[in-house]
Write a protein that binds this ligand. Structure first.
Ligand SMILES: [Zn+2]
Length: 284
């Protein structure tokens, strides 16, 4: 009797401790956070460092980030030089867990925005599934199952983007954005992008760069001008004013929107961007 009580107490008391603790993971920015949520489900306890509508290029880590990272088992970053601050942060935090570089295996490019090609996003998801499964083998099957289901949705998203872009005549497939964040998109889907800023938001263009772009927009009669959600809109607004174009809806290039916005997930973000681009390019 006493033993049965002891056993019951042990079972009740031990049950929460016996359940697999959730894998503590850190993602550097919101789009990666969405991928980790899709693959990790309830098995991952996730913190995302650079949140919605925020710029990961110029992010300055806070002391709280180092504390969070110190307690994490997994760190998911983009790679391709996107998060210039991540190695210093990992070192400062004494991070000893597994690093997952989501873009691993992608063809290196000066442009780090590989997720703008859904084919590359599918690579991210596969890398994240492999990394989570290696860090947490007990839950590997769950990671792989969710990644496979999500991959099917991404394949459908990629098909949809191609059908949408195909509705615009090839010579009208061009747009202006604030910084050069759409080179992967451009290669995958055949839209030409020009931008006053380079592959990062960290540098300012010269007056001559801006003047050249304004002339180009006028000559080509490009009407599809866009501002990204996480950058200063002043430059694109200036180009629009001086070229007679109208700035279209915000594109979500480097960060998701907040929940309730038009791009709270990667899938919603790509659908929003492509719809806005197609509407804008109809006016070219
Ligand atoms: Zn960017």
């Amino acid at each position: 009797m006493r033993f049965a009580l002891f056993l019951a107490a042990l079972l009740i008391g031990a049950a929460p401790a016996l359940a697999n603790p959730r894998l503590k993971a850190v993602a550097t920015f919101s789009i990666l956070g969405d991928f980790v949520r899709e693959v990790g489900g309830d098995q991952v306890d996730l913190v995302t460092l650079v949140g919605p509508d925020a710029d990961a290029h110029t992010y300055q880590p806070k002391p709280a980030d180092a504390r969070i990272l110190a307690g994490a088992k997994v760190l998911v970053s983009n790679g391709l030089g996107f998060e210039g601050w991540i190695d210093r942060l990992a070192e400062a935090a004494g991070f000893k867990g597994r690093r997952i570089v989501a873009s691993a295996g992608a063809t290196p490019d000066a442009d780090p925005h590989c997720w703008q090609d859904v084919g590359c996003a599918r690579r991210y998801v596969a890398n994240i599934a492999d990394g989570l499964a290696a860090a947490d083998p007990a839950n590997a099957e769950g990671y792989r199952t969710r990644a496979a289901q999500y991959d099917q949705r991404l394949a459908a998203l990629d098909d949809w983007i191609r059908r949408e872009i195909a509705t615009i005549p090839a010579e009208r497939r061009r747009a202006i954005t604030g910084h050069a964040s759409f080179r992967y998109f451009s290669r995958a889907y055949g839209v030409r992008f020009d931008a006053p800023r380079g592959y990062s938001t960290g540098s300012e263009p010269t007056a001559r760069d801006v003047a050249n772009l304004i002339r180009q927009v006028r000559e080509q009669k490009t009407r599809a001008l866009f501002i990204e959600n996480m950058t200063n809109p002043a430059l694109v607004a200036e180009i629009a004013r001086d070229s007679g174009a109208v700035v279209g809806p915000r594109l979500y290039s480097d960060a998701l929107s907040k929940p309730g916005g038009p791009a709270p997930t990667y899938e919603a973000m790509m659908r929003h961007n492509v719809s806005a681009l197609v509407e804008g390019m109809k006016k070219n």
